[in-house]
Design a protein around this ligand. Structure first.
Ligand code: APR
Ligand code: PHB
Length: 393
């Protein structure tokens, strides 16, 4: 059976769902094709820090009510060097900007609820999604649902299918350029229904390795410890995680840490990755399909949002004013912001983590740079303006 829409969106993560909702609000039709089922998509534990630009987009999409009710505004965060804490006053240093702590899981749930409240065509369990006619006149996507082959004719395809999706792979190898850095460690994350150890986040550089104290609400904490790449989750019972967090976050934070059973625990690798261009013909990549950042700078979700802001504006201009200018300029404009966030995420990861091959000089450079940031308002302003999110140009 053939269907038709203006924009076929592959992937129902934050990028695909937010794009679909923004297009709908502007009267542009789309259909979202998601490989997994709704329960899987809504259960993924991911990021938790929203830049103001992302909050603004969610408001424009009409899905920010719960975010405003439950999201936690954060005006600063703390850095720790071997247990010594100091604060980055983002609000002061950026002329009033802040971030909002609100789980990506919640953002996804709010976006799915908005789709379902308007009976939007959001297709879960769409198997073998394939792109056809990218270079020709008749662009279409095929997929299988409940065993039946489907065809979706469209004007454009938005590849929002994440790092392992088919969209990036649809760009010819001779056209695609990739840039990559794999890090020699991973993050072990734990979610627990205990009060956070502080009302703001703490990023800690410790001789034993990086640790992060974050949260999802006043009663739900999210913590991470850096672990070697080949680490096994089975070797990290909750008690060992709490003990390591207490050491790495330092005595002051540890004294306020509440322990409790993990409700989720996982190890994720860290990677920097960018694919260029983010457009090929009538295929546009957005979010993790085009780029990955180490989570240190909390940029993954926010970059997906800024890609979508640029792409939605371009598609809306195309349909409202038959102007192709935004579509022509999409890749360059999105990549300009992507690379700056890649740099900040890479730099912040290098500053706060223990690298296996780190010699004493490299360690001294980390200590000196953190001490410089502690003592310099100029250095802190650089950190703050990147963390709250650079402007969309
Ligand atoms: N067909 C259809 N859907 C697919 C396919 C496919 N072949 N492959 C992947 N998908 C779906 C995935 O199941 C997932 O739901 O695409 C979606 C991609 O979502 P994300 O990976 O969350 O990527 P994105 O929407 O760009 O959001 C980026 O998510 O991974 C985190 O840290 C990342 O916070 C960042 C955010
Ligand atoms: C989180 O709360 O999951 C989180 C917060 C900040 C980061 C990464 C993850 O930099």
């Amino acid at each position: 059976m053939a269907q038709r829409t203006q924009v076929a969106i592959i992937g129902a993560g934050p990028a695909g769902l937010l794009l679909s909702q923004l297009l709908h609000v502007a009267g542009v039709d789309s259909i979202v094709l998601e490989r997994r089922d709704q329960a899987y998509v809504e259960s993924r534990i991911r990021a938790g820090v929203l830049e103001q630009g992302t909050v603004d987009l969610l408001e424009r999409a009409g899905v920010a009510d719960r975010l405003h009710a439950e999201g936690l505004p954060h005006n600063g965060f703390r850095l720790a060097l071997d247990g010594e804490l100091f604060r980055i006053d983002m609000r002061e240093l950026t002329g009033g900007k802040s971030v909002t702590v609100y789980g990506q899981t919640e953002v996804t749930r709010d976006l799915i609820a908005a789709h379902q409240s308007r009976n939007a065509p959001l297709v879960f369990e769409a198997e073998d999604v394939s792109l056809h006619g990218l270079d020709g006149d008749a662009l279409f996507v095929t997929y299988r649902r409940d065993g039946a082959e489907q065809r979706l004719d469209c004007d454009y395809v938005a590849g929002c299918d994440g790092f392992h999706g088919p969209s990036r792979a649809a760009i010819p190898a001779e056209v695609l350029r990739v840039y990559e850095r794999e890090y020699p460690f991973g993050w072990l994350g734990i979610l627990a229904d205990v009060p956070p150890c502080d009302h703001e986040l703490i990023y800690s550089n410790h001789a034993r390795g990086f640790a992060l104290a974050s949260m999802r609400s006043p009663t739900r904490s999210r913590y991470y410890v850096q672990v070697p790449l080949d680490e096994k989750l089975a070797d990290w019972p909750d008690e060992r995680i709490w003990d390591e967090l207490a050491i790495r976050l330092g005595e002051e934070a540890a004294s306020r840490m509440t322990r409790g059973p993990s409700i989720e625990k996982s190890i994720a690798p860290l990677r920097s990755f960018v694919a260029e261009p983010m457009r090929h013909g009538r295929l546009f990549l957005a979010g993790d399909a085009a780029h990955i950042v180490p989570p240190t700078g909390a940029k993954g979700l926010n970059l997906a949002a800024s890609d979508v802001a640029i792409l939605a504006e371009a598609l809306i201009r195309r349909y409202a004013h038959n102007s192709h200018e935004g579509l022509e300029g999409y890749s360059a404009r999105a990549l300009a912001r992507v690379w700056k966030a890649e740099r900040f995420s890479w730099w912040f990861t290098g500053l706060t983590h223990r690298f296996p091959d780190m010699d004493p000089f490299a360690r001294r450079m980390q200590v000196a740079e953190l001490s410089y940031i502690r003592d310099s308002a100029a250095a802190q302003r650089v950190v703050a303006e990147n963390y709250v999110g650079l402007p969309l140009h």
